[in-house]
Ligand binder design. Structure first.
Ligand code: XMP
Length: 527
């Protein structure tokens, strides 16, 4: 399976993926330099693919295999005859060396390197390492992760940098513009790594023509061509991805788009009104506000098992979405906010066979059931590019920068049985907490923050009276992708002030705790 590129008019770089855990980071580093790139697993890349893709440069990723193993992953030989610059990283470096006549040896203790290492400059000169080595001591910190190592470099290459375990840490054949590094310049622990990519792109002559303004025009044209005069339905969740997808599609086809916003009664304070007002009144989108609070809350009555809650919400969500979508006559397309990481996952040789459908507010399975085709205008973009595109389309900054919010909403922040009373208390406490975070200028430092209302009431004293009210837990985490997370280190002053405000301002809560669990072992949400 290959991905149909829509970015034909951009200068393109091809990343051939040999299975490294961090290949996506290479793409991130390049996109940050306004260069369009695509990751394709090595099995999908042959001479015909190269001719069609027509890359301006190629990068070989790292990978877990050993080039000394018979049948280990290779690029097609034709890649070396394209006449474009190539950069090999780790496994990619070893592949390049072996393909071009060098030698790779198995790692022994003396040469295997994992973790932080320092590369020292040689006397050889190349634009590839321009501005890279520290001016102070001529060495640079890098992140290594290799067992095997290159023991003889191919003809035409010279050494630009060495490390104790990798005598050929950076090599280059400047005539052919082939560059190879043993370490991973894309990771955080190679602090100056972006400079190497910058140099490589400059050698390859990239102009940096990948911008969200350009993407917007091109995507609008592509959507018009795909959809023609058919109608499109979009499930609006209020999250960034579906919001940006809706705004973009609306720009392309106007009234042919109808959005369905399912209000399950588990949203935060003022959220439904904010989303509907913004899209319907300010952006003139056709939005159906499906007021189904009674349906959802009724079905959830008496349920306290987290999985049963999730399944109940997920199933109802699909039923409700379908009911409203069925009422939109002539709909032929369903819009989805699929992002590039999901696409890579679905085509990578280590990934699953299909796009990962993340959650309940996604309407997985519906397109086939309803005979709808998909419009996925964000499938080339990373999350921060989606945010940039959202700004480009005029969505308000505070909306674009909002913390993620789960499909099942407040249901999974209300352990135990859900009642309307508890949801009301939770909404108020959450609003005070987020207000505190914003007032202290901490919102953007935090990946996600929310209040969970606990299924326990405790005794307190307010004024001269006894109280017997709910306890709540504040949660705030830092994270890059939600897969791992750490609790946010608020000051005691902040926590004290916030607890006081919640207890004073929210009737029904008389005790506030702070959750200091990281993920793992905890999860971010409470259920
Ligand atoms: P956990 O709790 O698994 O959450 O550590 C990781 C991230 O995923 C969000 N989350 C969900 N998002 N549907 C969603 O759309 C869900 O069912 C769901 N469950 C968790 C969570 O808010 C956090 O950002």
């Amino acid at each position: 399976m290959t991905i149909e590129p829509i970015a034909q008019s951009h200068e393109r770089l091809l990343i051939i993926d040999f299975g490294s855990q961090v290949t996506q980071l290479i793409a991130r580093r390049l996109r940050e330099q306004n260069v369009y790139c695509e990751i394709h697993p090595y099995q999908n890349v042959d001479a015909a693919f190269l001719a069609e893709f027509d890359p301006k440069a190629v990068i070989f990723s790292g990978g877990p295999d050993s080039v000394m193993r018979e049948g280990s992953p290779r690029p097609p030989r034709a890649v070396y005859d394209l006449g474009v610059p190539i950069m090999g990283i780790c496994y990619g470096q070893q592949v390049m060396m072996q393909d071009l006549g060098g030698t790779v040896e198995a790692g022994e203790h003396a040469t295997a390197e994992f973790g932080r290492a320092y590369v020292t400059k040689t006397t050889a000169q190349s634009d590839f390492v321009d501005g890279w080595f520290s001016a102070e001591d001529g060495r640079e910190q890098v992140w290594m992760s290799h067992g095997d190592h290159v023991s003889k470099i191919a003809d035409g290459f010279e050494v630009l940098g060495t490390s104790p375990g990798a005598p050929f840490a950076i090599t280059a054949d400047v005539n052919r513009r082939f560059y190879a590094v043993q370490f991973h310049p894309e990771v955080h622990h190679t602090p100056n790594g972006a400079q190497l990519y910058k140099n490589f792109l400059s050698i390859a002559g990239f102009r940096g023509d990948w911008t969200m303004a350009g993407y917007r025009d091109q995507a609008v044209a592509a959507i018009r061509e795909q959809v023609g005069d058919a109608k499109v339905i979009c499930g609006l969740s209020g999250g960034v991805d579906s919001s940006v997808a809706a705004a973009l599609i609306h720009e392309a086809i106007g009234d042919q788009l109808t959005c369905v916003f399912v209000d399950h009664g588990l949203l935060r304070m003022g959220e439904a009104e904010e989303v509907v007002t913004m899209f319907r009144d300010h952006m003139n989108l056709s939005v159906i506000h499906a007021q189904e609070q009674d349906l959802f809350l009724g079905a959830l009555e008496g349920i306290s098992d987290p999985e049963v809650k999730r399944k109940t919400i997920g199933k109802l969500f699909i039923d409700v979405f379908q009911k409203y979508a069925d009422g939109i006559e002539g709909a032929a397309f369903l819009a989805q906010g699929t992002l590039y990481p999901d696409v890579i996952e679905s085509v990578s040789f280590s990934g699953g066979p299909s796009v990962t459908i993340k959650s309940h507010h996604n309407v997985g399975g519906l397109p086939e059931k309803m005979g709808l085709k998909l419009v996925e205008p964000l499938r080339e973009l990373f999350k921060d590019e989606v945010r940039a595109l959202g700004r480009e389309l005029g969505l308000p900054a505070h909306f674009i920068g909002r913390h993620p919010f789960p499909g099942p909403g407040l249901a999974i922040r209300c352990p135990g049985e859900i009642t309307r009373e508890k949801l009301e208390i939770l909404r108020k406490a959450d609003a005070v907490y987020i207000d505190q975070i914003r007032k202290h200028g901490l919102y953007d430092e935090i990946w996600q923050a929310f209040v969970a209302i606990l299924p326990v009431r405790t005794v307190g004293v307010m004024g001269d009276g006894r109280t017997y009210d709910y306890a709540c837990a504040l949660r705030a985490v830092t994270s890059v992708d939600g897969m791992t997370a750490d609790y946010y280190p608020f000051s005691h002053d902040f926590l004290g002030e916030t607890a006081t405000r919640i207890i004073n301002e929210v009737k029904g809560i008389n005790r506030v705790t702070y959750d200091i669990t990281s993920k793992p072992p905890g999860t971010i949400e409470w259920e």
